[in-house]
Design a binder for this molecule. Structure first.
Ligand SMILES: [Zn+2]
Ligand SMILES: [Zn+2]
Length: 321
């Protein structure tokens, strides 16, 4: 019980940090949390009993259990994205300044060697936004590994940085990539579940045509102006969430099969390993860790050590040792 109170206290303190330093992100994060509850409420509590009004109690209980698991999985992944910081500054080494949030440059590199400035490296960071070699980061005042890239919001370089996720108030990097994909997976599963139920209710119970159902879901203002009901509004919000989460999930599965971050993809940087096809499970294993599907499906998987870049990156690390 004491452990639980400590955990709640830690979470409150942790969130307070974001209220002070990342207000816009915090607002988006709160809106996302509300949307998660609303979409699950619509799918599990409103749509399922409406569609299967004569179903037995055990079936209804299974539906509720599914809803609870979806919520736990979405929340766990969301919180772990926040807590699994891929910053180059590891916890033991960092001296965080509470007033500014800036992390002081007293870190060690991913290979355990001290990160030091060199004149050659200092020119690289000015030329390239996402350098593929060890380079000097001016704000962090340290030399950082390939694929690490500075985030002005997190005020640190992030190992194998993908992007800064405003929904989670954290950068997506090497430590939380699986949790990010896990969050997308469960959000896609929950919203898809509710979307299928919403379609069945509209077509088979209300007798609405497929096209009207689609129109009502795609154009949220159509619902607000011409066909308003709380259920229709929730169905529409859920449908938009479904299209967004399924689309982004498919995109990230494709990227991880190619060993790319979204930053690599937008810059057309190919991470193909010689002797393998462009999209390979082996590449995905190197990118996400062993048993990648399990790591994505189970939020509490072990975090990879900092040095777990793919084989191409490892060759580059070796050159710098
Ligand atoms: Zn930096
Ligand atoms: Zn960031």
């Amino acid at each position: 019980m004491r452990g639980f109170f400590h955990f709640v206290k830690f979470m409150i303190e942790d969130h307070r940090k974001y209220i002070q330093h990342q207000r816009t992100d915090f607002v988006v994060y709160v809106v996302l949390n509300i949307l998660i509850v609303l979409t699950l409420y619509y799918g599990v509590i409103v749509a399922f009993p409406l569609m299967f009004d004569t179903c037995s109690t055990p079936v209804l209980m299974l539906n509720y259990l599914w809803g609870v698991w979806l919520y736990v999985a979405e929340q766990s992944n969301l919180q772990l994205i926040r807590l699994r910081d891929s910053s180059i500054f590891t916890e033991g080494d960092v001296q965080s300044d509470v007033t500014t949030g800036r992390k002081d440059a007293v870190s060690r590199g991913t290979q355990g060697k001290p990160l030091t400035r060199t004149d050659r490296d200092s020119t690289i960071s000015r030329r390239s936004k996402v350098p593929d070699s060890w380079h000097y980061c001016v704000p962090c005042e340290v030399t950082v590994p390939p694929r690490a890239w500075h985030c002005s919001t997190c005020r640190s370089c992030i190992l194998r940085r993908d992007h800064h996720c405003v929904f989670a108030m954290q950068c997506i990097g090497i430590k939380n990539q699986c949790n990010f994909m896990g969050f997308l997976l469960y959000t896609a599963a929950g919203t898809l579940y509710a979307t299928v139920l919403s379609f069945l209710i509209a077509v088979y119970i209300q007798g609405v045509s497929c096209w009207v159902w689609l129109l009502r879901n795609v154009l949220i203002f159509y619902v607000i102006l011409f066909d308003f009901s709380l259920n229709n509004l929730l169905a529409s919000l859920n449908f938009i969430g479904c299209v967004f989460s399924v689309g982004v999930l498919v995109y990230y599965i494709r990227l991880s099969l190619a060993g790319q971050t979204s930053a690599d993809h937008s810059r057309n940087v190919c991470r193909k390993v010689p002797g393998r096809s462009m999209f390979s499970l082996e590449t995905m294993r190197e990118f996400l860790g062993p048993s990648p599907f399990l790591r994505v499906a189970w939020p509490f998987h072990e975090v990879l050590p900092n040095g777990s870049y793919n084989s191409n990156d490892m060759k580059r690390f070796e050159k710098h040792q």
